[in-house]
Write a protein that binds this ligand. Structure first.
Ligand SMILES: [Zn+2]
Length: 228
C-alpha cells in the first residue's frame, strides 16, 4: 500500500515536471524566433526595429540630396568690409507661440545690427517660384520649388527683387529680396514684431520640415561673393 502511494506521488511529480519543462521550452523557442526575426529584418531589409535610427537614415539621405543641389548660402559674402555680421543657432523644434503653440520649423539667421533691408537674400538652388506675397506668420515670404522637389522657404523679407513672381524660374544665387522683420500680423506690411532676420526652411512634403542647420553650416563654404 505504501509503495503504491509513493508511486502515485512520483507519477504526479513527473506530470508537473514535464509540464514545466514544456513551458520553459516553449518560451525559449519564442525568444529564439523573435531574435532570428530581428536579425533577419536588420540584415536583409536594411531596417532596424528602432524608429529613431531609421528616421536618421532618411534624414541623412535628404541632407545629401539637398547638398547636391544647393549651391549657395542664402546670404552672399560682402566684399565691401562693413563689419555687419549675422548669426544663427540651431533653434529647430523650439517652441513658438504666435498663432497657437507650435514648433520652430526652420533656422533664423539674425542680422546682428538689426538693420532692415541690409542683407540680400539669394536662392540657394535653382527652381521655380511657387509662392510669393504676404502671409500672417511669414510676412513677405517666397517659396522656391527645386527640380528634385524640395521647397525652400525664405520668410520675413523687407522687400522682393523686382522681377519675382509665381512661376518664375530662378537660378542658384539669384537675388530674391532683402532680409527684414515682416510678419506676425494679418495686416500686410507689418514690421517690428521681432528682430530683423531670415527664417530659412526646407520642406519635404506637406508640413514636413527638415532641420536646415547642418546644411547651412555646410553652405557657409559655398558663399556667393559680391559687393553690397
Ligand atoms: Zn524662424
Amino acid at each position: 500500500m505504501r509503495s503504491l502511494n509513493m508511486r502515485y506521488r512520483y507519477s504526479h511529480f513527473r506530470y508537473y515536471a514535464d509540464n514545466i519543462i514544456r513551458y520553459i521550452f516553449f518560451i525559449f523557442c519564442c525568444v529564439v524566433v523573435i531574435i532570428i526575426e530581428m536579425l533577419v529584418i536588420n540584415k536583409y531589409l536594411g531596417k532596424t526595429p528602432i524608429a529613431k535610427d531609421r528616421s536618421d537614415k532618411i534624414t541623412k539621405t535628404h541632407y545629401s540630396n539637398v547638398l547636391e543641389e544647393a549651391e549657395y548660402f542664402p546670404i552672399p559674402e560682402n566684399l565691401n568690409t562693413t563689419g555687419v555680421t549675422y548669426s544663427y543657432i540651431d533653434s529647430f523644434g523650439d517652441p513658438r507661440t504666435y498663432g497657437g503653440d507650435r514648433q520652430h520649423q526652420g533656422i533664423d539667421i539674425m542680422d546682428d545690427s538689426n538693420t532692415r533691408g541690409y542683407f540680400p537674400i539669394i536662392s540657394v538652388s535653382k527652381g521655380e517660384v511657387e509662392n510669393i506675397g504676404w502671409i500672417e506668420k511669414g510676412g513677405y515670404r517666397i517659396g522656391i520649388r527645386s527640380e528634385s522637389g524640395y521647397y525652400y522657404y525664405y520668410a520675413h523679407l523687407s522687400s522682393y527683387a523686382l522681377d519675382m513672381e509665381i512661376g518664375k524660374q530662378v537660378v542658384a544665387g539669384e537675388l530674391l529680396g532683402f532680409m527684414g522683420d515682416t510678419g506676425y500680423s494679418e495686416i500686410e506690411g507689418t514690421t517690428g514684431n521681432f528682430p530683423v532676420h531670415l527664417h530659412f526652411g526646407i520642406c519635404l512634403k506637406e508640413d514636413e520640415w527638415l532641420n536646415p542647420y547642418e546644411i547651412l553650416l555646410e553652405l557657409e563654404n559655398r558663399k556667393l561673393k559680391t559687393k553690397y
